[in-house]
Design a protein around this ligand. Structure first.
Ligand code: COA
Length: 169
């Protein structure tokens, strides 16, 4: 089966929303409070939000990237520039059946190339503290932990923190 990584188009919106929402709930069920998960899924991976974000708005956002096999979308990722030489990987999610055979790395490579092409010399990602699978994946791809910060959408009394990881390009 042919594997393709490409820029997403409007026709991919429902697949992206479905894959990201399901993978997010699945990945963090044991780690994060249900209210926080619901809030985040609505804020980031609701079909309307994905539809607004599908197109690129460079250099801050290169638009959603998708990986497909045999014409079926199995995963999505996205990133952009957070400074003149600094890139950010904002998200990367795969359908459950598509994990562990290199598709996540293909998406990561794609966003990495976009950041490099825009002049990035380093790349950052946020991972929830305690997400050992996520942290393991990024470590295996050369990212190193640098700092911890309050997680996006976390309220003061949630105490949800993210690990900031960096890789030089
Ligand atoms: C995280 C995710 C994007 C990775 O994509 P993937 O296609 O499954 O991963 P790949 O097959 O490309 O590569 C996995 C690599 O990371 C390594 N890895 C993964 N988890 C690891 C861990 N806990 N410890 C050490 N290495 C780990 C694998 O050994 C492999 O490296 P290798 O090819 O050198 O052996 C995907 O599994 C996913 O969507 N998971 C659910 C969502 C999630 O957990 N997201 C967290 C990140 S935001």
């Amino acid at each position: 089966m042919t594997t393709v990584v490409r820029q997403a188009v409007v026709a991919d919106v429902s697949s992206i929303a479905e894959i990201c929402s399901t993978a997010y709930r699945d990945a963090y069920r044991e780690l994060l409070p249900p209210g926080y998960i619901d809030r985040s899924v609505v804020a980031f991976y609701d079909a309307e939000r994905v539809a607004r974000d599908v197109a690129a708005a460079p250099p801050d956002w290169f638009g959603y990237q998708v990986v497909e096999e045999g014409g079926r979308v199995l995963g999505a990722a996205g990133g952009g520039m957070s400074g003149p030489a600094t890139g950010e990987l904002s998200l990367i999610y795969l359908a459950a059946a598509a994990r562990g055979r290199g598709l996540g790395t293909l998406l990561l490579d794609r966003v990495t190339e976009q950041i490099r092409a825009a002049g990035g010399t380093e790349m950052w990602v946020s991972v929830f503290l305690g997400d050992q699978r996520g942290i393991g994946f990024y470590r295996a791809r050369g990212f190193e932990p640098v700092d911890t910060v309050r997680a996006a959408l976390s309220r003061v009394d949630d105490h949800i923190r993210s690990l900031r990881m960096r890789r030089l390009l």
